[in-house]
Structures are given as C-alpha cells and as structure tokens.
Design a protein around this ligand. Structure first.
Ligand code: GDL
Length: 673
C-alpha cells in the first residue's frame, strides 16, 4: 500500500525523547525544535517512557488542558519544519487479540491526529515476551501479534506521513540465535506492511560502533533499511554519567543505507547541546565529501555551546534573577536595597567577589571527563594513566624519585584544573544549564579530590589519616551508595572500568567448523589444558570432542576467528550416551536422562570479550533444540575458572550436584532446552 504523504527518500534525522525518567517540558521541546531546525535536523519522536499516557496509561485520552499543550507543541514543530512523530507504547499490558484493545489504540491515535499530528509510531521495546493465553490462541508468535495490530492501526490511520515500529528485539544482542536467523525479525520483515519503518539500536542497546555490514545484515531480514534509534548519549541507566562527547563510531557510509537516525540522548535537556549538534554535523557530512571528524564536530559544538553558557536572556539566567528582583522591589520597596547605590568596599575591606568567566578549555575538559559510554576523553584518560603510574611506581621505603615528584605535580595540576573548571562553571550566567550539570560536576570534583589527596599521601605530603584513609570518613569519602556497595562485591563485572578494560574493538567471525580446523582446535584445547590442569584429570567426555577423537554431531560445531586466526570453538553432541559409555562412565547416568546433549566451548585468553563464546553457545543450543533434545550439559574442571565463570554468568546453566566418585574434580552444569 503506498501512502500519499510518505517520502521514502527523506532521511529522518533528529531526536527521540525515549528515555526513562522525568520527561522534558513543553518549553524545552519547543526550544529543541528551534535548535534542530537551525542545525538542519528534521524529526522529533515523542516517546517519553514515563509520561503517563504514552506507556503506562496508554488507553487514556488526553484531557482538554493536555490537548491544548499538545496542539501547541505539534504546531511549534511544524513552524520549525520538524516532523512530529507521536509514539505510543501499549506493550506493558495490551491483549493483542481483543478487538476492544485495538479500538482503544485507534481511538487514542485518532485523538492525536486531531491535534494536527501526521506521523505515528508503535513501540514494543522493553516488554515481557510471553503472551497471555488468549493471545497464544490467536497468534502463532509474539511477532505475529505485534505485526497484526501494527498493520491494522497503520491502515486505520490511512495517510500517515511516517509510521515507525519498534520491535521487541531491537538490537542484534537480543536476537536469537542471531540477526539473520531470528524468527522474530523474519516475521516482522515479511509481514509488516512495506510503508512501515523499523527502529533499530544497532549491535547492542547502547552500541559502541555501528558498522555498515551490521546494517546490511539487518536490512536483509527486515526487508527495508532501519531507522537508527541511537542510545549513544542516553544516560538514564546510570545516575553518575552524562555524555558530552561527539557523535562517533558510526561511519557516514551508513547514511545512504539507512532510513534515518534519531538520537535518544541525556535525560537532562540542557546537556544535549553536543549530542544533537554533532549528530547534525554527521548527518550533513556525505561520505563522498570531506568526511566526518568527530573531533572537529566536537570543536564546532563546543564553540557554539560557549554562547549558551554566557547568554543571560533565559529564564533562570542572571538577568532574569535581576529583573525578578526588580519586580519584587516594585512591590515591596521597603524590603530591598535596590534603590541604594551598589556597595563599594572601602580600603582594608574585603574586595567584591568577581566571577571568572568560563573558557573554551573548561568546556573541552568537561566533555573529556564526561565523554562517551565506552570511552573517556583524552584528558580523562591521561589523568587515569598518571594516577595508575604514580600508584605503581612508589616504593614505600624510599623517598619519592624526582620523576615521581614531577609527575605527581603534573597530576595535581590536572586535578586543580578540574576544580577551577567547577568554580568557573558554577558562576555562569545561564543557571538552567548549570543546574542540569551540577550533580555531575560536583561528583567529579569530589572524585578527583580523593585521588589528589591520595597522591599527596603517597608522596608523604599528607598524613594518611587526613582525608581518605581515615577510619571514620565523611560520607563523601565513600561514594556510590548502596548500589555502589553491591557493585563492589561482584566479581569482574562490578569492577569493570573503561581504563583497565577498554571495550573490545576486535571483529570476530563465527563460522561452521570444517576438517581443516582440526589442528587449530586441538592446539587451542592443548593450550587451555596446560593453562589449567596439566594432568588432564579427571578425564572428561568433552576432552574427546575437543581433541577431535569424537566427531561432533551435524550442525553442532563452530569456530570463531579473529585477525590472527581461529581463537575458539564450540562443539556439541546431540546424544552423549555413546561417548559416555566409551569413557567407562555409566551410560544410564541420571544426568544423561534429563540432559542427553553435551556442549564444550573454549576460547583463547586473548579473547577477553565474552560475546563470541555467548553467540556460539546460543547457536549450538538452538541446533540442539531443533534436533529434539530436551537438555544439554557441560563438564568443566574446577581449575577452569574462566569457563566456570562464563557458564555461571550465562544464567541459564545450573550446577548439577554429582556423586563425588563420578565427578572427582569436575563440575557439571546443565540447562533444559
Ligand atoms: C532502552 C530503551 C530506552 C532507554 C535506553 C537506554 C530502546 C529502544 N529502549 O532499551 O527507552 O532510554 O534503553 O537506557 O532503546
């Protein structure tokens, strides 16, 4: 069906207000439209998760007051040539098969249409995937249910300019077993009417990089290029972070392969200057032209942002405070001293406080300290490197070396830079921007302050008890609240930081095992054995698989390659009984009854990213399921901490207690299929 208002060639570019938490105000949204228009962006998707009537109470119609506000908002968008797309998220509790529910959805969207809106969106992100019994009866899958209702609403609206659908599996990481083979995406791709566009966040919810190949892959399944819902600057998942780095790690070669890009940025409206400005620069850079430099885009954005900090013609700005004072003074002249001449300190008195103006260097530093979800900015990285060096090069017994003192001084200077930046920021005339920034800059100032005091202590300048090694510190000496405490107690994951564990940039290729891989697989098996248990005790069935003595079942063998070659494998037997028998293990082992299949995974230590192993496991589990198996187990040696950790973290595999004589030093984990 072709839609009269629809322009497929138009690249949708702009903002999705799609985060959790306090929605933006109407005034902020109007300001957003002006900025988008000024910077050449063309779209706004209204999808604030915690707006009552967008999600939780999606059935409820808008009151006359709300209607008036929405009408004004939609018209403000139009005045700024911004396409206003109204989204609704009915997925929390909708019964897809009930015609009254479909009618409620139509009624709501009809109301918004009356407000002047021409573009709509149905969102099914972040919802439970199991259907209620009534829906199970009516639809063959969750995808079928969503597609049916979306097509019906789309046809009902008839002439939507744009219609967007957000799938429940909206990124590659959510697709099982993978993007091309996801039956959910296949159904969406085949059954969703061609006039409907599909939102996609990339490889992950918050994607570090989005490659052209990954987009080609998803486009093939969806049968249309996606609209990227980009969470690169979203900060609703961590109250200590905001993102002021440039739009980055999305090649501009993507532009002709996409239907659009909408960024879902920081919750705090005024923190999004860089996010939106740099996205606009990206959208304007054609791959054929000069190209896009994230660094240059950031420079341009910060230059413009400077203006905003110093502008006083805003509500809440210094001028407004002054005029507010004036108004008050008009009303109650007796209570103010406005009529008096300004105070001038006399000789020997305190000079008046003078605010130092903010500098562009301050903004650069601010952006470096709050850069991107997978990357700190250059100065932040340097500070971490210096602190790390100072910690590791301080011999307690001896006096600090000249080099150590020099670097400690440099570190102290960088910390002082943060304090100065804080001071100048807290004096800016534009208070609205400051208030959005405030918690974050306060937090980083304290964090840096602790590190600074620690380095002084290392150098012998501070008494250890003075600031942070105190037995009874002030609450700012132990930060992060209960959530921080929980995190610190978790192994590995909780302690993950961007400095010590930068995200993986390697590209992994997973492919079926072929006989030529035998030598490499055996090599990996041997290497991992010597790393772990040299005695090869206890003898495991999976050793036979890994050493290629036992052939894996058909469709049950994968290898993963990185730039250096094969670096891991995953092998499985649909029925491990025979192999167990040949290994002098009782073939009627109760384990084998419930879990007849066996899987073994191994990856070299250079692969620190767990995702290739996860992807291989999920592909094998899906093959085993298709072969009719009920369950699968794996055998691990106590010494193989890495694989034990890996399977434990998968969540689905549970420990199976075994008879000690049988299991010796082995651990068995299993899952039903
Ligand atoms: C999500 C949510 C989004 C949220 C974001 C970042 C999508 C499609 N949905 O999964 O509302 O802001 O993560 O936390 O991204």
């Amino acid at each position: 069906m072709s839609t009269p208002g629809r322009d497929e060639t138009r690249f949708l570019s702009g903002v999705v207000e799609g985060f959790y938490g306090r929605p933006w105000t109407m005034e902020q949204r109007t300001e957003l439209f002006k900025r988008e228009h000024m910077w050449g962006l063309n779209t706004y998707l209204y999808a604030p998760k915690d707006d009552y009537k967008h999600r939780m109470y999606w059935r409820e119609l808008y009151s006359p007051e709300e209607a008036e506000q929405l009408v004004a908002l939609i018209s403000a968008a139009e005045q700024n040539q911004i396409e206003f797309i109204y989204a609704i998220s009915p997925g929390l509790d909708i019964t897809f098969s009930n015609p009254r529910e479909v009618a409620a959805l139509k009624r709501k969207l009809d109301q918004v249409k009356q407000f002047g809106c021409r573009s709509f969106s149905l969102l099914f992100d972040d919802i439970e995937t199991n259907m209620c019994p009534a829906d199970k009866e009516a639809f063959s899958s969750f995808a079928h249910a969503q597609v049916a209702i979306t097509n019906e609403v789309y046809q009902h609206l008839g002439d939507a300019k744009t219609f967007l659908f957000c799938p429940t599996d909206y990124c590659a990481a959510f697709c099982s077993p993978n993007v091309p083979q996801s039956s959910y995406l296949q159904t969406v791709g085949e059954k969703l009417l061609p006039g409907i566009d599909i939102l996609w966040t990339g490889p992950k919810v918050v994607s570090h990089k989005i490659s052209v190949e990954s987009i080609e892959e998803v486009t093939a399944v969806l049968k249309r290029p996606p609209v990227i819902w980009d969470n690169i600057h979203a900060n609703d998942y961590d109250p200590q972070r905001m993102f002021l780095g440039p739009y980055k790690d999305r090649p501009t070669e993507l532009i002709p392969k996409l239907r659009g890009v909408l960024t879902n940025p920081n919750c705090e409206f005024y923190l999004n200057f860089v996010a939106i400005h740099t996205l606009a620069t990206w959208c304007k850079s054609s791959p054929a032209g000069e190209g896009y430099s994230a660094q240059e885009a950031l420079r341009l954005a910060l230059l413009d942002w400077m203006q905003e900090f110093t502008s006083t013609d805003q509500p809440g700005g210094a001028c407004e405070s002054a005029s507010l004072k004036k108004e008050l003074s008009d009303e109650e002249p007796m209570q103010t001293d406005v009529s008096e001449s300004p105070y001038v300190p006399g000789p020997g008195e305190n000079p008046l406080y003078t605010a130092e103006p903010l500098t562009l260097d301050d903004l650069n530093l601010l952006s470096d300290l709050f850069y991107l979800p997978y990357e700190h900015g250059p100065t932040a990285r340097m500070m971490l490197e210096e602190l790390d060096w100072l910690k590791n090069h301080r011999q307690a017994a001896a006096a600090p070396t000249e080099e150590w003192c020099g670097r400690a001084g440099k570190f102290d200077g960088m910390c002082e830079g943060v304090v100065q930046m804080f001071n100048r920021l807290s004096n800016v005339p534009n208070r609205r921007v400051l208030y959005d920034l405030y918690n974050y800059i306060c937090d980083i100032k304290s964090g840096v302050g602790l590190a600074r005091a620690y380095v002084k202590t290392l150098g012998g300048q501070n008494q250890p008890s003075a600031q942070l090694l105190n037995d009874d510190p002030e609450p700012w000496g132990f930060r992060g609240g209960l959530s921080g405490e929980f995190q610190r107690m978790l192994p590995g994951h909780g302690n993950r930081d961007l400095f010590k564990h930068p995200p993986m940039t390697a590209v992994y290729c997973i492919r079926p095992y072929c006989t030529e891989d035998k030598v490499e697989v055996q090599k990996i098996f041997k290497e991992m054995q010597t790393e772990g248990d040299v005695r090869l005790q206890p003898k495991l069935i999976s050793d036979g698989l890994s050493s290629c003595e036992i052939p894996p079942s058909p469709q049950c063998a994968l290898v993963v390659e990185d730039d250096f070659g094969v670096c891991g494998y995953a092998l499985a037997l649909t029925d491990a009984k025979q192999a167990a028998g040949s290994d002098q293990r009782p073939g009627n082992d109760p384990l084998l009854k419930d879990y007849p299949s066996l899987v073994v995974v191994q990856v070299l230590p250079r692969v620190t990213d767990p995702s290739p192993a996860k992807r291989m496991i999920s592909q094998l589990l899906s093959s085993l399921r298709n072969s009719g198996s009920r369950g699968v187990f794996c055998e691990l040696r106590q010494s193989d901490r890495r694989m034990l950790d890996f399977f434990s973290k998968l969540g689905s595999f549970k420990h199976i207690p075994m008879d000690k004589s049988l299991s010796q030093d082995a651990v068995f984990m299993a899952t039903q299929l």
